[in-house]
Design a protein around this ligand. Sequence first.
Ligand code: ARG
Length: 410
Amino acid sequence: MSKNRVVLAYSGGLDTSVAIGWIGEHTGAEVIAVSVDVGQGGEDLQAIRQKALDCGAVESYVADARDEFAEEYCIPALKANGMYQGTYPLVSALSRPLIVKHLVRAARQFGADTMAHGCTGKGNDQVRFEVSLTSMAPDLKAVSPIRDFALSRDVSIEYAEKHALPIETTKHNPFSIDQNLWGRAIETGFLEDLWNAPTKDIYNYTDDPAFPPIPDEIIITFDKGVPVAIDGVTMTPRGIIEELNRRGGAQGIGRIDMVEDRLVGIKSREIYEAPGATILIAAHQAMEQVTLERDQARFKRSVEQRWSELVYEGHWFSPLRHSLDAFIEDTQAYVSGDIRMQLHGGRAVVNGRKSETGLYDFGLATYDSADTYNQGAARGFIEIFGLQAKLAAARNVKFGKGIEVGESTL
Ligand code: ARG
């Protein structure tokens, strides 16, 4: 009888390398390692592929998904101005559904019936992996060696040494790090004491904003909500994000230090650095200020919040996200034009906007002689707009409850 097969989300690090053999020992299954490049940098895919095979995987599936991640995950997040708790640009939350898509593809290709991931039982990522799996392939099972088969860090080190796995076990990194094109997340270690400030060495995408180079001026061109050019040079979404990570990173833009409400109920200290995402969201919001109609803009803000919560909580493939995306997409029809920004010392500040499709009307806005606004009409408008206040005030006075303004002190 042939063995069952498991597809494992494989990073090339200690835990998932050990997991290959550990899953085999605990389930008797063969392991297929799956590595997805979402712009995390580090080792190249072929080196990771070989490492998985050296650690005992029967097959190794690798995919360069950087463009797919940029176009189908980061761009929708940008159109939604996606920020959990108004602060976190959803870095890890965005990559998980895409990684699972590739895990499912590999499972179908190699005949696996189970997906495995290297998440603990305390975080959001386990939920994202498994809920995404349920949405895409409800017939597949999920396991986590760390959570379900007690694969602790100490056990991993011991196992890797005993089996002489080609993995570095000595270098002790106290942090749990996840990174991709949209940003980088750093947690645990001394950061678990909320009073401890982050030290310089934890950052990698950004330089210290306290010692910035000279200001960098940048023009981002949007077409229907999608950034399409920088300083007049047309680029792919991935190219734009990479360029802004580089230029924004040099100015120390996009460092975030927050206490986050995890889905499992824990509050956790999180440090992020997301220079490209921070710049793009600020620019996109500025483009929307010029181009969205007022009520559409107001309503969109509540949609953005719900969208961000859904994605944070692992419901990327949900019907609701699909429906919200249809609304968001509709709002983007006129979000086109140029945004000029100054990048300097940790800040990305918008200082110019231009749009052929905007609603800004100079004649209506100006206080100079070119004024086309009908000032006289404002009187009647205010009379009707304030009518309810007038009625309420009259009633309050009648019952002795008029709003107290106090005695003049002059
Ligand atoms: N707290 C963030 C989130 O839930 C980041 C998780 C990062 N994962 C990690 N292994 N460090 O999206």
